[in-house]
Design a protein around this ligand. Structure first.
Ligand code: UDX
Length: 461
């Protein structure tokens, strides 16, 4: 099949290289020349585990064709996946400019019979508007429009795209939906082979497949077809529900701090209830990244547009907004002086990615700097992105080594729970500090061990 992907971000580039890997001639289209130039060299322009290998395979085999030219990329496509970004707009809703620009452009070049698949997260109602625009641009075009939202997590984008939890398709054309299911099933059938040739992901693949009951699940059991609007809502509701779990855990962390309970223990107990389950109940600095903040705000806006009370979603947002300030206040209770050097471990919004969009760690750095401290922060992957999105200031510096973070610091805070931070030789590093305070804002370090080295406190315990 000839496929084309518009947008080469986490969703688009991962999907295009997997389609290319499973034998489809696949164009990946973007409007930014620098991105296309890098992909042409057989690499991803952002860090994502295992992706470089797949992109290289696609380029070497000739199946993956990066291009800036919409006409070249779309004219022979049987299926077009729309994977462009939908950033938050100034009013809290999603900015759909890229989506609507892309569908209008695409409608000019695609051939009759094309299946158009919306993969980006969009507010409910976007599909109907996209169909209207396409018909306006090209009234004679015969096409099918489907919504098939992605659910991949950054850092696990490749594995999540090879083996999906569910494939939800919204639209009226069941036959077209079947063709999309086939594309994904083919990728999943080749899961073991693809994983084994990609060293960085092969080590996680077996556990992942076991967790997802890969071998025992029939692909068709996880496929669902529903109406366009329902599919659009499934995506934002899933993300808002997960965000709600996180805000719940963060809210409970505060009472745990007050009464000397431990939020991890509480959530272990709560999560044992299979109806609730333990995932996404880890208290920390709150959620960030390219999806949760945007989707929570987006759902709030959609509710308001339909005159439905959005208080419930607002609370999820409010707890998340407050969490960084809460951590600053907790840190101030420790033995640190005004203007002290604060070392910070982590900048990425979560481990395994270089992404700092709405990163709670970067927001913490800024908040501490505003509170008058001098921050020195490091991250295994995200320094470059942090320099762009949260520029350095006189009292906010990004450094390459953990030694520089600890050197002369009165307190060090763990802001992103990278596995490599958990393995640090804290005993030795503590000797570099001017005063041995440590705050674990992710509640992921062993309190007993850490308390032997530091004046130690952690969130929610
Ligand atoms: C999320 C969804 O998981 C994915 O399905 C969707 O399509 C895109 O958005 P992602 O943004 O990559 O994926 O990150 P995820 O791993 O879900 O974490 C989101 C944020 O929540 C991170 O900031 C993370 O640190 C935080 N988090 C997650 C918690 O604070 N506690 C938790 O228990 C889980």
């Amino acid at each position: 099949m000839n496929t084309a992907i518009i947008g080469t971000g986490y969703v688009g580039l991962t999907l295009s290289s997997l389609l290319a890997r499973t034998g489809h001639r696949t164009y990946c289209i973007d409007v930014i020349p620098e991105k296309i130039d890098i992909i042409k060299t057989g690499k991803s322009y952002f860090y994502e585990l295992g992706l470089d290998n797949l992109v290289k395979y696609g380029i070497d085999s000739g199946n993956l064709i990066p291009t800036l030219d919409y006409e070249e990329g779309l004219k022979d496509a049987d299926v077009v996946f729309l994977c462009v970004g939908t950033p938050s707009g100034p009013d809290g809703g999603l900015d759909l400019t890229y989506i609507f620009d892309a569908v209008k452009k695409a409608a000019k070049y695609v051939k009759d019979g094309v299946i158009f698949v919306q993969r980006s997260t969009v507010p409910v109602g976007t599909g109907r508007e996209a169909i209207r625009l396409m018909k306006e641009v090209n009234p004679d075009l015969k096409f099918t429009y489907l919504s098939c939202p992605e659910y991949l997590r950054e850092g696990a984008a490749v594995l999540d795209s090879i083996i999906q939890d569910r494939v939800v398709i919204g639209g009226d054309d069941k036959k077209a939906a079947g063709k999309i299911f086939d594309l994904f099933e083919k990728i999943e059938k080749e899961a073991e082979e693809i994983c084994s040739e990609t060293p960085e992901i092969s080590q996680y693949a077996n556990a992942y497949m076991k967790n997802n009951n890969h071998k025992d699940t029939n692909f068709s059991d996880k496929c669902m077809v529903m109406c366009l609007e329902s599919a659009e809502l499934v995506k934002v509701c899933s993300n808002t529900f997960l965000a709600m779990k996180i805000s719940f855990a963060n809210n409970i962390a505060r009472i745990c701090d007050s009464v000397d309970a431990n939020v991890n223990e509480v959530m272990d107990g709560v999560g044992m209830d299979r109806r609730i389950n333990r995932s996404f109940l880890y208290a920390g600095l709150g959620f960030g990244g390219g999806c949760f903040p945007k989707d929570v705000k987006g759902l709030k806006k959609s509710l308001e547009e339909h005159n439905i009370d959005s208080e419930f979603v607002k609370m999820v947002w409010k707890v998340n907004e407050e969490q960084v300030e809460y951590v600053v206040e907790q840190m101030k209770k420790m033995d640190i002086k005004n203007g002290a050097k604060v070392g910070m471990l982590g900048l990425a919004f979560k481990p395994g990615t270089s992404d700092v969009r709405v990163s709670p760690a970067c927001r913490l750095g800024k908040a501490l700097a505003q509170a008058g401290f001098n921050i020195t922060a490091t991250d295994p992957q995200a320094i470059e992105d942090a320099r762009k999105e949260f520029p350095e200031e006189d009292n906010l510096k990004y450094v390459d080594t953990v030694e520089e973070v600890f050197d002369g610091a009165q307190i060090v805070v763990l802001a992103t729970d990278w596995p490599e931070f958990k393995e640090l030789d804290f005993e030795n590093l503590s000797r570099l500090m001017s005063s041995k305070n440590f705050y674990d804002a992710r509640n992921c370090l062993d309190k007993e061990k850490m308390s032997k080295i530091f004046n130690f406190d952690n969130l929610g315990a």
